[in-house]
Design a protein. Sequence first.
Length: 304
Amino acid sequence: MTTNPVPTRPVGFDAFVARIAHLGSAEGLTHGLAFRPQPTDVIISPFGKCGTTWLQQVFHGLRTRGDMDFDDISRVVPWIETAYDLGLDLDAPQRARPRGYKSHLPYDLIPKGARYIVSIRDSKDALVSAFRFMEGWFFEPGSVSIETFARKQYLRRGARRDYWHHLASWWQQRHDPKVLLLCYEHMNRDLASTVRRVAAFVGIALDDELLGIVLRQSSLEFMLAHKNRFDDHLMRERSEQVAGLPSGSDSAKVRKGKVGEHAAELPAEISAELDRVWRQEIEAKFGFASYAALTDALLREQSA
């Protein structure tokens, strides 16, 4: 008589990589890349841990006047790259118009023909957030150091799926009228302005009541209080089925929402390595010596 192995969380980086490889299929990604959006569709496509879930909530609240009748925000604003594996039909009618989707793809890979909202974030904060998101879900806490995660996972370049390629690809499209480029740090400082810009971009009339609803329901306090709607429920269930992870993992994407938290958590040598890659990948191409210089330039352009 055989018994199923007891679900366990990986211990160590190599075991983490081997297990997470089961999460998404090549067929699923191919299906997502072949999606043909409608011209009115909105695709929210930041790099991972750069404000995607936050923008999904803002967008869905705007188009529905605050609908919260969902178990996972990515059920009502589907993730293009994983929809096929999760049994979600990207062409199915949605609860309200315009239709909305999530992605993490750079501009050169994303399905064309829609409108795009992308928020950018300091790579150092995004790295810390990604590490904390995976810790306790895809590997045992304490079994992988943030240094190892940074060097072997986050700092890897190539295949057009790294932070710097994503940023460069969307930065070059910032003047396209079908692209709205936002900054996580500015969203954090002035959410009301972000909501107004998103509403105008997607063509939703914004009255004072709707603004109040969206501001309340996309606040950190509200999203933390309802974090089970934003905990990657669908992907967490899949990870338990295909990657042998134990149930009950905390994969909540809503944590602190802080700007600059890397200063207390990121080792100095990793911070310096991120600066070096920035110089190679962003400063060499666009002339911005730092992330702050790039976002200052974006603000000046958008205020002109």
